[in-house]
Structure formats: structure tokens, C-alpha cells
Design a protein around this ligand. Sequence first.
Ligand code: MV4
Length: 444
Amino acid sequence: MFKKILIANRGEIALRIIRTCKEMGIKTVAVYSTADRDSLHVRFADEAVCIGPPPSRDSYLNIPNIISAAELTNADAIHPGYGFLSENAKFSAICAEYGIKFIGATADQINRMGDKASAKETMKKAGVPIVPGSEGLLTDVKQGISIANKIGYPIILKATAGGGGRGMRIVWKDAEFENAWDSARAESGAAFGNDGLYLEKYVEDPRHIEIQVVGDQYGKVCHLSERDCSIQRRHQKLVEEAPSPFMTEKLRKKMGEAAIKGAKAVKYEGAGTVEFLVDKNRNFYFMEMNTRIQVEHPVTEEVINFDLIKEQIKVAAGIPISGKNYEPTMHAIECRINAEDPANNFRPSPGKITNFHSPGGHGVRVDTHVYSGYIIPPNYDSMIAKVICMAQTRDEALATMERALSEFVIEGVKTTIPFHLKLLQDPNFRAGNFTTKFMETFEY
Ligand code: MV4
């Protein structure tokens, strides 16, 4: 087992990782930018190294500084958390080169899943259902229009280097194709330095349901059931839950098996997530595979009573998994609390938290790094807490969430708590009746 892990991240996920390391008897090294001097991850870790000024590219994305910090402190592994360097193939490769275990995917696995068109081909070959579309990248408008007519409109153009919705265009008819093509190409070229596009049938009004998987170093892969992440705004998830209110036992078995097949095809090692689109008839299609721990991992932890960070560390250390799959025995919902003003288009609201009282009690978990007096820097993501409520049924978990959010006091900055309280009143949300389009019409 590792003796010392460097956490190449900040905020709540850095704390989350430190907590599990402590329970496992592993020493921890925090890295921090000068904006995060007073952060809890710095205080909770056994050691801390400053890696640069506030901008991410100079600190949390600064590979030489992070590797130096690991060398200096003799860390034998690096946990990248989510975001930042967690899906950076170059960083994964450099860690390997320096004999530091990267607690995440190998450079090869990251590259194979990072290019969306080739990830889709890999999944297709493995027998995972995919949305009908172009085979690989499109060469020109003419070919695109021809394929669109074969599969039928509406279609969606996607950037192969994309994800998170950038470089995506929905096209309804031939006449719109060329404009969509030009703007998607320009957008993806500017955003990713890669303007490769592919095309697929547009699935109207789908749900976003993802399967958590874990693979070990010996080719074994299991699934740990699903999360429903359909409540999103501009490709930012707001609420996640497990199990999905749309799930059936039969569908979980099929999606779980598909996710395992896909992960095995790339000899996946570690914790990963296979994202699917699910249509109203419960047809499901591979969308993307994330090769990292995700923000919403706690909902899975709560419904199967399982520490996913501990599992990541164990498989990285070469411990084999049992191979059994997990079924949810509880219901869990997570509300992301962002320092944003929901009344003003979710505009970021950094600054000093003047008063803070965290909810608690039965069935309530709060993952956060903030406290009364904490100053939210403007440089990073605006998520300041995750409230995860769990109970035996969805209705009870919703009631617990309502109670927990109404207990939560955060003063000095605007937060998304009022938005969540309103969402909890919505009859369709309460009924589990929602798709990825929900936020387009929800009034708050
Ligand atoms: C789609 C789709 C409908 N049909 N693909 C959005 C992010 C990117 N990862 C893939 N996305 C979508 N791909 C087909 N063929 C609809 C979306 C989509 C979406 C997916 C999941 C969650 C929220 C979404 C919001 C808008 C569009």
C-alpha cells in the first residue's frame, strides 16, 4: 500500500481524499495556490506545498511544480481528484515516468476515451449500443448531408475533442447543415485546437444516466449501479441521484453489462463512469466515458454503502476487486451548492462567507471545504458544497433534502440553495418525471 499520497487538487474533493487516506493510514500532501493558503485541505493534510499563484494554469495545472512537490515530499502516488489534471494523458504519463503512481487512468486509456469519435468506435466494437451516425470523422459538408439523409433528421454534429456540449450543433434540415457545420468547426477548433466533427442521430428529450464502474489491474471490471444526472443547466449538473427514478431492474442489468463490456475493451483500471443517453422507450446509447472520480460519486457511495476513493486507492496499489456488481439499497440525492446567484442567470458570487451553519442529522452528508470567514476566490469553480441526503425511499430522501437545505445558512455570498428549494417543490421533479430538457422550461 502507498505510504504517502499527494492530492493534486483543492476544495471539497481534496478534503474528501484526505479523509479516506487518514482512515487507511496513508500520509497526505496537499498542494495549494497562494489563493488557497487558508484552505482546509492545507490544514488537514500532513504536509502542504505551495505550487504557484492563483490562476489554475500556474498552479493546479502546473505539471512541473506538482511533480517537484511530489519528489520533494517523497509521495509515492498522486490523486488528481476531478477537473484540473485528472484526465490529462500527458500528466498520467509523466507520473509513470517518475515512478509516481497516478491514481487514475493510464495515458492510453485517457487518450482512447478523450477522442469522442474513436471512443465511440471502440465501444461499438465492444458491443455497446451507440447512436447511429457517421463512422468516425466527417470529411466535408456534402458527405455530412448524405449521412444525415440516410439516418434521418434531426441530427447532431459533435466535436471529437469535445464533451461538455462545446462544438455541438443540432441540425433539423439540409438547409441548416452548412451553417451548423461552419460554426461547430470554428468553435471546436478555437476551444480544443481540433476541429474534427462527427455526426449522429439526435435523441430527442433523453435522460442522462451514467454507470459507475471499477476495474482492477487484472482485467476484472464490475459496475456499481447508476446515477441520474438529467438535471443540468448549460451542461453543468445541478442535481444527481441514485437510483434513477426511470430505472428498472432489467434496464440496470443491461446498462451495467454494457458499461462493463466497454470498460473491459480498454482494459480499464480504476474508477470510471460510462455515460448513456436513455430515450423514452428505455433504449440506451453510449455517450462518453469519464476516466476520473466524479463530483457526484457520493450518491453512489450512499446507496451501496461503499467508499469509492478507498477503492480507487486499493486498485491503484494492485489489490484485486471481487468482481461482484452492486445494487442500490437506499435512495440518495445530491444538490450542488454553488456560490452563484440563481436570480441573475447563475452569475458567480465569490467573496467572504460571513456566516455559515451546515445542516446535519440523520441521512445528511455535507461535503464542503468552506467555513465561516472563508473567502471564495474568483479563480476557480463556484461549487462550495454538496448536500447529499439519503433514505430508504426517494420521497423520504426528498423530504430530508428539503429539511437539510432549509437548515443551511450561508451568508455574505449568493448561493444556489433557493433554486434547489424551489426545484424540490416542482411536481414533475418530485414525480421523477424529468429529462435533460427539464431546466429549459423550469422557472425559478
Ligand atoms: C446528444 C444528445 C442527443 N442526441 N447526442 C450533451 C453533452 C455531450 N456530452 C453530449 N450531449 C448530448 N448528446 C445525441 N445523439 C443530447 C445531448 C445533450 C445532453 C446530454 C446529457 C445531459 C444534458 C444534455 C443537454 C443538452 C444536450
